[in-house]
Each structure stands twice: as structure tokens, then as C-alpha cells.
Design a protein around this ligand. Structure first.
Ligand SMILES: *Cc1c(COP(=O)(O)O)cnc(C)c1O
Length: 410
């Protein structure tokens, strides 16, 4: 490959060209059976994905947003409840909370993992909430709203510190729905259980997105919830299908949130390659780490002992992010920012009344994070160019000699 060919942030073409014959066979099968929504192809994918995630059940849905929303609803989150999550995530996490009828409460993230900080969660639960003596319910003292659920987000493909989060959830009797939309196949070593656990199998439910750019992506919109709870699975099957278990007999009002057969068929084909694709992402991440070595002025992703991340994104931190991004763009290297503005500082959430300084870690990293090219087909040559150009920028700008962002110990 010539040295100034464009390096994409993500390659969605190659895997689909490689699997074209199989994907076309799916189209043909769907056309010839005219089973467009639900049916055996959806059930097959649900079985396979549940197996992949080590859960008993998987409920196929129309999107990851629906997955978070339906999981919260099926787990019992009520109108007016408060659900605790992080501000450092994609807005779908909090849209789902609001759409489930609940209030959003944010806590800060850990500066090394970028996931929910259990210490901050504990602080919130202990200091801002109290247990109502009459009902035994946990109440947010200022708003008087019952706090009923936690949504940890496995950001960039790394599972949050779930032992600590589950311990708090247990102590305060809270539901845990994992936002695993970026973490298909990621693993967490539970010290408590002395075993590795898959993302989506740790809380009461795990929400997944199959948006095309995710580690497992459909050729359109799709999502799913995984759970070991039979009753929750049953409820979600109803919620996704207008509140009916039997056609035209509606126990509740539901939604149109079903997975269609075409996407389910595509996903079944692609799922067979997910473990291999994840390994290739992990190998690429190791290669980035080796090539960058101890480059000054740059913070690499941090991988705790208890984590086997799947590198949905490879995110570094740098002081002069805008200039580095421009330097890389001039060198024909695409990058991304996930995400530039924390949710508590978005216009959409002005009404929540948060202010600058409320979540120092989230606010500190937002202007420094940069997502480098990361996808299974990324070549060593492409990575070498990304690293060379980044190092060149840091040298030229003198960034390496300035204070580099310093991560705080967990
Ligand atoms: C992609 C994503 C979602 C939403 O998934 P959609 O399928 O786009 O609705 C939710 N949470 C996180 C963290 C995501 O990255």
C-alpha cells in the first residue's frame, strides 16, 4: 500500500465484500419465505447470541436504544424513578432512561478506565439519597424520587468495574442494566465469583446495539437484550411487539421495537466471525501499545487486570487534541471523538441543572480524547503510519516536553 493512501477510521466495506455470498443468500431466503419480521431467523440469532454472551435468553430488538429502554421497563423501572448512569457516554443511554419515564442522575467516571467510578456511585447513593423508613425505598433526597436502577456503560469495549457496582446495587436493592452497546464479547474477571464473565451477563440484563459500526453490526438498525431472567425476557418480548403475547390480545401498551428477519440473518452470519474480529482488534491494540511505547505527551488506553476489552474504539488522550487531529487529517488519517461534549453539558440536558465542575474527570478528558483508526482489518503498516505521524506531531509541537496529561491511580 502506498504511503499516502487514506487510512479510514473504520472499514465497513471489506467485511461485507468478504461475506457477500452468504449475506446475499440471507436476502434470498427472506424474499422466498416472505418472513420479514420476527420468525425463525430472529429466533436462531437470539439463540446464538445468548450462547455467545453466556446468558439463557436474548431478545432481538430494533436498536440499542430500545434495548436499554425495554430492559429498564421490564426490570421494573417506573415513571418518576431515578436511574443512575454516567455523563461520558452516547446520548442513547440517557434517552432510553427518559423514554422509560425515569429521571437521569449522573456520576463521574474513573480516570483510567473511563467507566463509571464505583466510589462516585457510592458517594451519590450514600450522600444524596436516603432510605425511607416507612417504605424501605431508596429516595433521592432533593427530588424525592425513588432511585431504582444503575446503568453502567462499558465504554469503548471495556467492562465497568462490575463487582463493586453489583455490591452497591445489592446493598441498596437496585436494578443493574449494562449498556453493553460497545462491548460485544468483552470480559470481566469477577473476583467475587472467581471467574471471567461476559459483558451483558453480569447485571439483570445487558443492552446491545448492532448499529453497523459496532463490533457486531447489522446492515441497518438492530439491537438486543441479554438476560438470565425468564420473566424479564417474556416482558421484553411483549413490549417490543405492541404489548401482545398473542396476536391482537394486548395485555399492556407496548412499542414497535422488533428485530427484522433480514438483519437477524445478517447478524447470524456475522456473529460467526465476531470472536476472530475481536481478537484482531485486541492484536491491533497491542501493536499500537508496542509501537507507541512510552511516547511522551500521550496517554494510552488502560487495561486493568480484571478486564479483557474488545476495543470498539482505541482512545488516546493528548493536550492539543484539535491540532493533532488536524495533523493526522492532513496526513490522510481519519480519527474520531467519542464524545466531545459530556451529556451534562449538552443543551438537551440544560434542564437537569448540572454545572461545569460537577464531574471533573468527565470534563477533564472530554477535550483530550481522540479515537485512532481501529477495526479488525487495520494493517500493521497502517498502524505504523498512524504512530509515526502522531509522534511527529508531538515532537514538532513540543507537546512531548510540556506537561502530558497524567492519569490518576485507581
Ligand atoms: C450505539 C450505542 C447505543 C445505542 O444504540 P443504537 O443501536 O444506535 O440505538 C447506546 N449506548 C451506547 C454506549 C452506544 O454506543
Amino acid at each position: 500500500m502506498s504511503s499516502n493512501e487514506k487510512i479510514p477510521f473504520l472499514d465497513l466495506i471489506t467485511p461485507h465484500v468478504e461475506l457477500e455470498a452468504e449475506l446475499l443468500a440471507v436476502c434470498q431466503k427472506v424474499l422466498r419465505t416472505a418472513g420479514f419480521v420476527g420468525g425463525p431467523m430472529v429466533e436462531e440469532f437470539e439463540r446464538e447470541f445468548a450462547k455467545f454472551c453466556d446468558t439463557k435468553y436474548c431478545v432481538g430488538l430494533a436498536s440499542g436504544t430500545d434495548a436499554v429502554r425495554f430492559a429498564l421497563m421490564a426490570a421494573g423501572v417506573q415513571q418518576g424513578d431515578t436511574v443512575v448512569t454516567v455523563s461520558h457516554t452516547f446520548i442513547a443511554t440517557t434517552e432510553a432512561i427518559t423514554q422509560a419515564g425515569a429521571r437521569i442522575a449522573f456520576v463521574d467516571i474513573n480516570e483510567q478506565t473511563y467507566c463509571m467510578d464505583p466510589a462516585k456511585l457510592r458517594e451519590y447513593l450514600e450522600r444524596e439519597c436516603h432510605v425511607d423508613a416507612a417504605t424501605g425505598k431508596l429516595i433521592h433526597t432533593k427530588t424525592k424520587s425513588p432511585v431504582t436502577a444503575i446503568v453502567p456503560v462499558h465504554i469503548y469495549g471495556q467492562v465497568a468495574d462490575m463487582d463493586a457496582i453489583l455490591e452497591l446495587a445489592h446493598r441498596f436493592n437496585l436494578i443493574v442494566v449494562e449498556d453493553a452497546c460497545q462491548a460485544h464479547g468483552a470480559e470481566y474477571f469477577s473476583k467475587k465469583e472467581n471467574r471471567w464473565r461476559k459483558a451483558g451477563s453480569i447485571g439483570q440484563a445487558g443492552a446491545f446495539s448492532f448499529y453497523p459500526g459496532k463490533n457486531l453490526g447489522a446492515c441497518g438498525e438492530a439491537g438486543a437484550v441479554t438476560t438470565n431472567d425468564e420473566e424479564m425476557a417474556r416482558k421484553m418480548r411483549m413490549i417490543r411487539d405492541h404489548g401482545q403475547a398473542k396476536k391482537y390480545y394486548h395485555d399492556i401498551e407496548g412499542y414497535n421495537g422488533r428485530l427484522d428477519s433480514l438483519q437477524a440473518g445478517f447478524l447470524t452470519v456475522k456473529l460467526r466471525h465476531l470472536a476472530d474480529w475481536n481478537q484482531k482488534r485486541q492484536a491491533a491494540a497491542r501493536r499500537y501499545q508496542e509501537l507507541f511505547g512510552k511516547t511522551d505527551g500521550l496517554i494510552m488506553p488502560f487495561q486493568p487486570q480484571w478486564s479483557r476489552p474488545v476495543f470498539h474504539l482505541f482512545v488516546v488522550r493528548v493536550n492539543d487534541r484539535a491540532a493533532l487531529q488536524k495533523h493526522l487529517a492532513d496526513a490522510k488519517i481519519d480519527t474520531g471523538i467519542h464524545y466531545p461534549v459530556p451529556l451534562h453539558q449538552q443543551k438537551a440536558y440544560a434542564h437537569l441543572g448540572y454545572k461545569a465542575g460537577d464531574f471533573p474527570v468527565t470534563e477533564r478528558i472530554a477535550p483530550e480524547i481522540l479515537s485512532l483508526p481501529m477495526f479488525p482489518q487495520l494493517t500493521p503498516e497502517q498502524q505504523a503510519r498512524v504512530v509515526t505521524e502522531t509522534a511527529r506531531f508531538l515532537e514538532q509541537s513540543g507537546a512531548a516536553k510540556q506537561n502530558s496529561p497524567v492519569p490518576v491511580q485507581v
